[in-house]
Design a protein around this ligand. Structure first.
Ligand SMILES: Nc1ncnc2c1ncn2[C@@H]1O[C@H](COP(=O)(O)OP(=O)(O)OP(=O)(O)O)[C@@H](O)[C@H]1O
Ligand SMILES: [Mg+2]
Length: 475
């Protein structure tokens, strides 16, 4: 038997091919995704077929008149770019137990005050959802509930209820008799999502699908799911804190830079419109090992405290543990301190953390991280009421960061009185990219001299040329 005639198998998830069938893809490690691929040889010449509609000049195409309709949950609407667009399909992905069903039940109840909403639960029984609705106060006449795991039955419910908003919790629990595999498997998820997208577009129903994430944080099921839907929202949070954040990973209707902040509590979920102040601990006196910086989450500047603990160890491998920070970034800053600043931390355990469960990925926090470690190592506190901004490079150089004025204005609003920033930060604050109101696309705009970029008179800004100058402020 020639090599070319051997049956070929292909992973439906990543496209990896193999000559022998295997249960688990050798590339993406997904289970049950490898299927026999029709052996194709050569390229078929395609003949012209029937068209759906003739191609016309773009100016003559009727633009969609649909506008986003607010869900009533302001922080969710903020991330969605105003609300849900009719016919739009949103995928809300998050770890188990993070609060997806709670958030969507809240949004469903708010929307049901003026429109019909159908909530399909495949994961919990109707009475379980009813109990949650009682707990969070989500009982509305316009909110219909169905416990269903079959796609055909789900479509029948849609026919009957005629909702303007459909919530499917979760897409992985719904199965279709027309597709092979088990619900949650690649083929099933693709079939279910494909049908729901078509239904949404045909009827103009805004649809929200709940999606599970795998251990490594990616959305379970085929990647095609992310391509099929219009908006992908990620629901994040630390289990040990009540803070939850929703951010858009993809949005066909608006920018993806916004972040929604929520407080998950026993009576439901509440949006936090002003999250500043949640991530700093108010010490009456300056404490060694702490340093406050200002990060940008979406378009919001948020002061955040960094804490460090440094102690000598006899262990051959000192511990480097960080919580709420990118461990690669922490390792880099510590390496720069050892090599460029001659800091004697090679034989020390270094623990670093943020306050209040925030995750900091903004490089502007580098200098604050460095100063918190220096402050902890020397047991010397930074001046009271100070915020620190600056990115640290591998050569030990200090780099400017964007939106310095807005960050400092927010720090000033919260009562901070001084700041340490890279030299030249105020003179040439980098322009911010912002979508203009009337047209699409991105244009660079200079920050207007508005209230949001002004800090209080007497707010003391010290510009430093390099990290050595910055270290002089730890006394
Ligand atoms: N009776 C209760 N009192 C207080 N908090 C509760 C109560 N029941 C649930 N919670 C909180 O709500 C969280 C679960 O919320 P929810 O069921 O909305 O999460 P989920 O993301 O939909 O989970 P799953 O992945 O299991 O569907 C729990 O982790 C818990 O913190
Ligand atoms: Mg749930």
């Amino acid at each position: 038997m020639s090599k070319a005639a051997r049956p070929a198998y292909r992973c439906g998830e990543c496209g990896w091919t193999t000559a022998k069938w295997v249960g688990r893809c050798g590339e993406c490690q997904a289970w049950g995704t490898v299927e026999e691929a029709g052996a194709r040889q050569g390229v078929h010449v395609v003949k012209p077929g029937a068209v759906t509609a003739p191609a016309v000049p773009i100016g003559q195409v009727k633009a969609e008149t649909a506008h986003a309709r607010p869900t009533g949950v302001a922080e969710l609407d903020r991330v969605l770019g105003g609300g849900l667009v009719p016919g739009a399909v949103v995928l809300l992905a998050g770890e188990p137990g993070i609060g997806k069903s709670t958030l969507l039940l809240e949004a469903a109840a708010r929307t049901a005050q003026h429109e019909t909403v159908l909530y399909v639960t495949g994961e919990e029984s109707a009475s379980q959802v009813r109990m949650r609705a009682d707990r969070i106060g989500a009982i509305e006449d316009g909110l219909y509930l169905a416990a269903e795991t079959d796609l055909a039955a789900l479509v029948a419910h849609v026919e009957k209820v005629q909702p303007r908003l459909l919530i499917v919790d979760s897409v992985q629990t719904i199965g279709s008799a027309d597709a092979t595999g088990v619900p949650g498997g690649v083929t099933q998820v693709r079939e279910v999502a494909g049908n729901l997208v078509r239904l949404a577009k045909e009827r103009g129903i805004s649809t929200v699908l709940v999606g599970h994430v795998t251990k490594d944080g990616t959305i379970a099921g085929p990647r095609v799911l992310e391509h099929l839907v219009d908006v992908v929202l990620q629901f994040e949070g630390d289990r040990n804190s009540r803070l939850r954040m929703v951010r858009a990973a993809k949005n066909r209707f608006g920018p993806i830079e916004e972040v929604g902040c929520f407080d998950l509590h026993e009576r439901g979920i509440t949006g936090i419109s002003d999250p500043s102040g949640l991530f700093v601990s108010r010490h009456p006196e300056p404490v060694p090992g702490t340093c406050v910086t200002v990060t940008i989450e979406g378009t919001r500047p948020i002061p955040a405290e960094l804490q460090a603990l440094v102690g000598p160890t006899e262990a051959p491998q000192p511990r480097r543990t960080s919580s709420g920070l990118d461990s690669y970034r922490v390792a880099m800053v510590l390496a720069v301190m050892e090599r460029r600043l001659n800091a004697k931390i090679g034989k020390c355990d270094v623990f670093t953390a943020t306050v209040g469960g925030i995750r900091l990925t903004d490089p502007a926090v580098d200098l604050a991280l460095m100063l918190s470690v220096v402050s902890a190592a020397g047991d010397k506190a930074l001046p009271a009421g100070m915020v620190v901004l600056g990115e640290v490079g591998l050569a030990g150089e200090l780099r400017a960061v964007r939106d310095v004025r807005r960050r400092l204005a927010e720090a000033s609003r919260l009562g901070f009185t001084r700041a340490l920033v890279p030299a030249g930060s105020l003179a040439n604050d980098t322009p911010r990219l912002e979508p203009p109101k009337s047209r699409g696309g991105l244009v660079a705009v200079r920050e207007p001299a508005s209230r949001t970029t002004n800090f209080a008179p007497g707010f003391d800004v010290t510009e430093v040329e390099n990290v050595w100058d910055a270290l002089a402020h730890v006394r």
